[in-house]
Design a protein around this ligand. Structure first.
Ligand code: FE2
Length: 272
């Protein structure tokens, strides 16, 4: 049982830039202005961005788009935390992302918020012909960080840590490359989180889908892209973001806002 309820606002795959495939990047900044105004009104304890902030076009274009987006993030009146997505670090360095977003560190970090410990896990994101790979140092960092806290933990990271991309591939990329949307080390990473006895839930972006899975007591939630084309009108982005609340009894509500809302309710593992 925690001392304080938690209220966080999550956003992912903002993809500022041109319109491409399932995303309308040209409308990202305008939508972001509305997002910031609403967050400043609603005052969540933190805003968490789970990466893929730019469309990945060229070094100069990505730098310009990241600057525009970071100017909006920096208007937030509440703390904001970020992890990198694969599109953020292809043309730009982690340090450039860190400086513009005032991240404090260009790799992984963690922070107490309310009675929870929030873990911002930032492993390697290079998609090669074998797919993604998380390196040992990043996995060791996660294991050590979970050891250093007594609080229940929420993990935020760009690439999902469940099995969904393998069990239910959503497109030709995920069918062609098994590790396009998760790490081959996912079972090992999940085991580390399970053995810590502290991880309540793990949140990600990357797949441009809303999913929920529960594996050995830990919830795995993937949030859709902020600028994904809506099914009813492909010229209009959904503006998806999510409100995450946890009450004193450990009831978790994950409410996807925007034009295609989804509400999921589940409970915290009582042993954590
Ligand atoms: Fe993305």
């Amino acid at each position: 049982m925690q001392d304080h309820p938690l209220f966080l606002r999550l956003i992912t795959d903002i993809h500022v830039g041109e319109d491409r495939n399932d995303r309308i990047g040209t409308q990202a900044i305008q939508l972001m202005r509305e997002f910031v105004a609403k967050a400043n009104e609603d005052r969540p304890q933190a805003v968490i961005d789970m990466g893929d902030r730019v469309m990945q076009t060229s070094p100069s274009e990505d730098a310009k788009n990241l600057k525009k987006l970071s100017d909006e993030f920096n208007k937030l009146a509440v703390p904001h935390y970020h992890v990198h997505g694969n599109h953020d670090v292809l043309h730009l360095t982690r340090s450039v992302n860190q400086e513009l977003l005032d991240m404090g560190a260009d790799r992984s970090t963690s922070k107490d918020v309310g009675s929870y410990h929030l873990v911002f896990w930032n492993p390697g994101l290079e998609i090669t012909q074998d797919g993604l790979t998380a390196n040992r140092d990043d996995i060791a960092w996660l294991e050590n960080t979970l050891l250093t806290t007594d609080r229940p933990c929420l993990v935020f990271t760009h690439v999902p840590l469940d099995n969904e991309a393998i069990e239910n591939p959503k497109n030709r990329h995920e069918r062609r490359l098994p590790y396009f949307a998760n790490y081959p080390q996912n079972p090992f990473i999940r085991k580390i989180m399970e053995q810590s006895g502290k991880v309540v839930a793990c949140f990600s972006g990357h797949r441009h889908l809303n999913t929920h899975a529960q594996i050995n007591g830990i919830h795995y939630i993937t949030l859709d892209s902020f600028v994904k084309r809506t099914k009813d009108n492909p010229n209009v982005p959904s503006g998806a973001y999510a409100d995450l609340t946890i009450d004193r009894e450990g009831n978790i509500t994950f409410q996807v806002q925007g034009l295609e809302p989804v509400t999921r309710k589940f409970t915290k593992n009582p042993y954590i």
